[in-house]
Design a protein. Structure first.
Length: 112
């Protein structure tokens, strides 16, 4: 019995009862609010991403596909690291990733 439907959304309490899962209204409300908060805060992938597609696909050239995916992922990390390294050299102060993301998001909101 799944709590989420095929689109990754939380099933209604009525749907859960039809599946044989009996949840009282208060625990269901808590579950629903926590699910909503987690989606807003962390983001939950409901659509399969590239890695999911690779792993669910055929075994043909699996290692090559995984290797290429990891190379792209590593390059994305490098794109973030290089400006941080330049910042540290120019300003003379290291900045951690969390602070960097805060500044970037704040500036993104200002310029958007």
């Amino acid at each position: 019995c799944d709590v989420l439907n095929t689109q990754g959304e939380l099933r209604t309490n009525q749907e859960l009862r039809q599946q044989g899962m009996k949840i009282e209204w208060w625990p269901y409300l808590q579950l629903k609010m926590r699910y909503k908060k987690d989606i807003e805060e962390f983001g939950i992938e409901v659509k399969p991403n590239q890695l999911d597609k690779i792993l669910e696909g055929t075994d043909e050239k699996l290692l090559s596909k995984l290797y290429n995916y990891l190379l792209e992922f590593e390059m994305a990390e490098e794109i973030v690291k290089n400006p941080m390294i330049a910042w540290a050299k120019n300003v003379g102060h290291n900045i951690n990733l969390e602070d960097w993301e805060k500044v970037w998001k704040q500036n993104y909101k200002i310029t958007k």
